[in-house]
Design a binder for this molecule. Structure first.
Ligand code: E4P
Length: 220
């Protein structure tokens, strides 16, 4: 399973990259706004900075909602850097855009996916990635694991190459569940990625090892 980080924060992307497990980055307009990046030039520059830090795919989302606008905006994003994946919302116009970019060999990430039907249509249109939003489903008392399992079954049934990119990850159990079911990628905040490292028994065990070693080797 690939690990992406879900942020536009350069320091956090660098930290995840230093860990040596990072395969890519996803951003969205809210995450870009959180970093206070304003203006087309600065936004493009920020995406280029992200691409300089990581080696894998970097999702950059269009903010146009019509086909012509998404085509133009997505084209500019794709030309910016070979690592850019054009992130497109799950709408009628979005599906047309995914098909258009697919035919041009430009990678896409279909975002805001909440049902198996949406996921099927995005794969049929040729999306490179499809992003089901787990946390937002769970917030509505809907079992997000079920959606990942349905997507896995549907994509395997028909041999779709589209990758399941599990998004809206809130905690480490989301990541573990995705790995158990067979998501291709998870995109998670740094806190959830780092959460995979922690276990109280690891901390207690390490403290005891060091204490025992110090008592014998360096008793002073
Ligand atoms: C994914 O690509 C989205 O950017 C993101 O995961 C949404 O997460 P949220 O529900 O925490 O905003």
């Amino acid at each position: 399973m690939k690990f992406f980080i879900d942020t536009a924060n350069l320091a956090q992307i660098r930290e995840a990259q230093e860990l040596g497990i990072l395969d890519g980055v996803t951003t969205n307009p809210s995450l870009m706004a959180k970093e206070g990046i304003k203006g087309d030039k600065n936004i493009m520059g920020h995406y280029a900075d992200i691409c300089d830090i990581v080696e894998g795919d970097v999702s950059a989302e269009v903010i146009s909602t019509d086909f012509e606008g998404m085509k133009e905006e997505g084209g500019r994003l794709a030309r910016l850097h070979e690592q850019i994946v054009v992130k497109v919302p799950m709408t009628f116009e979005g599906i047309k855009t995914i098909r258009y970019f697919g035919e041009k060999g430009i990678k896409t990430n279909c975002t805001l996916v909440f049902s198996a039907g949406q996921a099927l249509l995005a794969a049929k249109a040729g999306a490179t990635y499809v992003s089901p939003f787990l946390g937002r489903l769970d917030d509505m008392s809907t079992d997000s694991s079920q959606l990942i399992a349905e997507m896995r079954m549907i994509y395997d049934n028909y041999g779709y190459n589209t990758k399941i990119l599990a998004a809206s990850i809130r905690h480490t159990m989301h990541i573990v569940n995705c790995a158990k079911i067979g998501a291709d990628v998870v995109t998670a905040p740094l806190s959830a990625l780092k959460g995979l490292i922690s276990h109280t028994l690891t901390d207690i065990g390490l403290a005891k090892f060091l204490e025992d070693y110090k008592r014998v080797i360096d008793p002073s």
